[in-house]
Design a binder for this molecule. Structure first.
Ligand SMILES: NC(=O)c1ccc[n+]([C@@H]2O[C@H](COP(=O)([O-])OP(=O)(O)OC[C@H]3O[C@@H](n4cnc5c(N)ncnc54)[C@H](O)[C@@H]3O)[C@@H](O)[C@H]2O)c1
Length: 252
């Protein structure tokens, strides 16, 4: 897919995996919409990249915010949407502070799963108006986690939300096939992003040692590289792929 004069939207694009994806597609000549929370550094990132990048303050759970983000660079066809927005607050079902807060569970599912679906449905509507380029009108990439399959202690909400994204992948790809829109999900293992780099170095080293090969944290550029390949390869559809150096997460 030639991305010159095409539009790419990345949620959570002001940090970590999303930011690496923004940079990659900008380097490939696309116009890139960074859709992230208002308090993020999205404006600085967009101005450091150049005129083909724009930041739109977006809470992915809000339909009006997403509609507004989708109106940026509206004269160009929306070819690629990458869902990276997510949160991962840990909480045990029965912990030292008592029973799992139900609102916290709802919030994680709301941002990670409902937010992803909100973006998917509105992006699909926009993509359905595109002409076909290559085989596709558009490609939607979602981000789950290995926690969708190997949920650890304290990940009840996070694992549930990410398993929901895995479950959504097949039915979304089937629903959108008639519009020539592909849907693919990446389940990252452990990546070097602000989500992880906030942990003590000893914890990061211990996590890296659990990865069979290569025995290090993943780099955001490696995630972005896979997104680019998914976009370029029209036979990739409706699957969740683990990007994890063969890790299988232990209980804790
Ligand atoms: N880093 C890892 O090891 C790892 C592993 C597996 C899965 N993931 C998933 O990858 C995605 C990106 O993670 P990351 O490590 O880059 O995290 P990150 O914290 O660096 O970036 C997440 C971004 O999402 C944004 N965000 C949060 N809530 C939002 C909302 N409601 N609306 C819009 N934006 C919102 C944040 O502002 C932030 O910029 C997440 O979905 C995460 O669950 C990350």
């Amino acid at each position: 897919m030639n991305l010159q004069d095409q539009r790419v939207l990345v949620t959570g694009g002001a940090s970590g995996l999303g930011l690496a994806t923004v940079r990659r597609f900008y380097d490939r000549g696309a116009h890139v919409v960074i859709a992230d929370l208002g308090g993020s550094i999205g404006t600085d990132i967009a101005s450091s990249l150049g005129t083909r990048a724009i930041f739109t303050p977006t809470n992915v759970t809000k339909p009006d915010d997403v509609t507004n983000a989708l109106s940026s660079f509206r004269d160009l066809p929306l070819r690629v949407v990458v869902n990276c927005a997510g949160i991962a607050p840990p909480c045990r079902i029965l912990g030292k502070k008592g029973v799992h807060d139900l609102d916290l569970f709802r919030k994680v599912v709301e941002v990670n799963l409902v937010g992803t679906f909100n973006v998917l449905r509105l992006a699909a509507e926009s993509m359905s108006k595109n002409d076909i380029s290559g085989d596709d009108r558009g490609v939607i990439v979602m981000t789950a986690s290995v926690a969708a399959f190997d949920g650890q202690v304290g990940q009840a909400a996070y694992s549930s939300s990410k398993a929901g994204i895995h479950g959504l992948t097949l039915t979304a790809a089937r629903d959108l096939a008639e519009f020539a829109i592909r849907v693919y999900t990446i389940a990252p293992g452990i990546f070097e992003t602000p989500m992880l780099l906030g942990l003590p170095q000893s914890t990061q080293d211990a996590l890296a040692q659990q990865i069979p090969h290569p025995s290090r944290l993943g780099r955001p550029e490696e995630y972005a590289s896979l997104v680019e390949h998914i976009v370029e390869n029209p036979m990739l559809n409706r699957e969740t792929i683990r990007l994890d150096g063969a890790i299988r997460m232990p209980p804790r």
